[in-house]
Design a protein. Structure first.
Length: 102
């Protein structure tokens, strides 16, 4: 019986360590966002930095029309365009991952 308790304690300890690792990873990844939220992040950036959408587009080296196309259909937008947009935010990188909803 004592060995059963020891084994359970070891398992619980291992699970707690894994949970702590996952929580740390989530905190570090908090700046990640899905492309569907691109408009939200651009809008927030423009407001926080007190610039216009036109200025944002100049920084991204894209037209305003291209930006609005990216807002409306980010999944159909060229990767180079998305990378130009997120480069304005600073040290961001485009990643591809599985959808959590699947």
């Amino acid at each position: 019986m004592k060995s059963d308790i020891t084994e359970i304690k070891q398992r619980v300890h291992a699970l707690l360590k894994e949970l702590e690792r996952i929580e740390t990873q989530e905190r570090e990844a908090k700046d990640m966002f899905p492309l569907s939220e691109l408009k939200v992040h651009v809008t927030r950036y423009v407001k926080e930095n007190d610039i216009t959408i036109d200025t944002f587009c100049e920084l991204a080296m894209i037209s305003k029309a291209t930006l609005y196309v990216a807002f409306n259909s980010p999944g159909s937008t060229k990767c180079a365009t998305i990378e130009s947009i997120i480069s304005v935010f600073g040290n961001y990188r485009l990643y591809i991952g599985r959808d959590d909803a699947s």
